[in-house]
Ligand binder design. Structure first.
Ligand SMILES: Cc1cc2nc3c(=O)[nH]c(=O)nc-3n(C[C@H](O)[C@H](O)[C@H](O)COP(=O)(O)O)c2cc1C
Length: 200
């Protein structure tokens, strides 16, 4: 499937074939493709929690308005982010850059994020949002469907997955074989209302 077709055919699918198993190799390929997504300063804020244990899936489902995709999808990923990536990873991810680039970037990253919790969080959310779209499109390319989700109790899911205190949850993604296709698309806002030329 080409990229345009993946974009056109991606829908938020709610009902999955619970008997389908995604192989380890497919899971790995999907997640590795997501890791190719861009992040500001290459900080790779994301952490992908793959929820494998059926009992944990069931617990999360009770915290997610009993949405069936949580237990029935082949893969359930909680997309989390390390809010302190700017501090922990800057030197590491730029270690192989030319010295001049490293000497400029590492202090610049510090200056950009230090004492700026809103920027740290915004950046984490951007990274996870882009990674989520990569996962959804890669899933289409591999013959899977997906559903992005924020309909769950973030604090309680955080507790269940032992989320570190300097991390946040961005969203969840269910990925699997559709059992019931999505309804036809509805309610798209008009192109000319959402595309603004030059200025509002
Ligand atoms: C951040 C985010 C959170 C969402 N949360 C849920 C959810 O909890 N449950 C659900 O069934 N769909 C959820 N959706 C799917 C949207 O309802 C869906 O994307 C939207 O209605 C447009 O439909 P489409 O994706 O099929 O084009 C979510 C989508 C996004 C991007």
């Amino acid at each position: 499937m080409d990229t345009l077709e993946a974009l056109r055919s991606r829908r938020a699918v709610k009902h999955y074939d619970a008997s389908h198993v995604m192989s380890e190799a497919e899971q790995r390929e999907l997640l590795e493709l997501a890791l190719l997504s861009p992040t500001a300063f290459n900080l790779q804020h994301w952490r992908f929690v793959v929820v494998e244990e059926p009992a944990l899936r069931r617990e999360i489902r009770t915290l997610a308005w009993d949405q069936a995709q949580v237990t029935d999808a082949s893969l359930l990923v909680v997309l989390c982010a390390d809010l302190a990536s700017w501090q922990k990873q800057a030197a590491r991810v730029w270690a192989d850059a030319p010295q001049a680039a490293r000497d400029f970037l590492v202090p610049a990253i510090d200056a950009y994020y230090r004492d700026a919790p809103q920027v740290q969080r915004d950046e984490a959310m951007r990274s996870c949002g882009i990674a989520a779209q990569s996962l959804m499109l890669a899933a289409r390319g591999m013959g899977y469907d997906s559903c992005p989700m924020d309909g769950f109790d973030f604090d309680k899911v955080a507790e269940l997955i032992n989320l570190p205190s300097d991390h946040c949850i961005s969203l969840m993604l269910a990925i699997g074989k559709a059992a019931i296709p999505a309804q036809p698309r509805i309610g798209k806002l008009p192109f000319d209302e959402v595309v603004i030329r030059n200025r509002f």
